[in-house]
Design a protein around this ligand. Sequence first.
Ligand code: DGL
Length: 251
Amino acid sequence: MKDIIGILDSGVGGISVLRRAVQLLPNENFLFYGDNANAPYGPRSLEEIRILSRQATDYLLERDVKALVIACNTITSAYAETLRAEVSIPVIGMEPAVKPASLARSGGKILALATRATLSLERFSRLMEHYGEGVIPLEGKGLVELVEAGRANSPEARAALAAIFEPYLDQQIDGIVLGCTHYPFLRRQIEAFFPKAQIFDGLDGTARQLKRRLEDAGLLTEQNVPGRVIFESSGGADMLELMRELLTAEL
Ligand code: DGL
């Protein structure tokens, strides 16, 4: 087993998780893989998402990673349980931060933004059963495509968000759940629509969970120099460049 952590997303969104993981665990080595050629996964059928998720996780497992972070709510919802049953390394997944958002609610509503697949799968239904009071699920239509195209700060992104948020602009919105790892790259644009709302992105929780799982399994690196970050993609050189940009972009 190599001294490297695999981080996976359908595309560049998982870089939002990688950023926090590098901050928290600066001496670890990371291999980030984005299946950009097949992104977005969100509008696909469950069967297609499972096939693509298997291919993408196999890609990282073949690289002998010591732990695997599924930096994608969609892949986690569709495939994490299957994967966990098959591998012995720590697998860290993600789910929309509906629970903390709902616990922090103070009389207004929570907008839970995620991909179509995430919203339609059982994991999300279970979250809604327990914490769904006052929570409005919203599909982030078109948003992943814009982030993949490097257009998170564009007028088109603003227009796509305006179309999604329009029915809620005159309501009291206490919190917004960013239930897809691409959405933190739209954070500033989202905050501009609801300046009073608290944003819940689940990124810190995921990085902390990774640290805990490595500690528990005795897998924390022993090297005491800054680790390497390697990017790989099914989508070609442009995507690698975008990944590098997003790793250090100001959010
Ligand atoms: N970044 C992924 C997530 O967290 C999904 C993007 C996609 O639709 O491919 O859900």
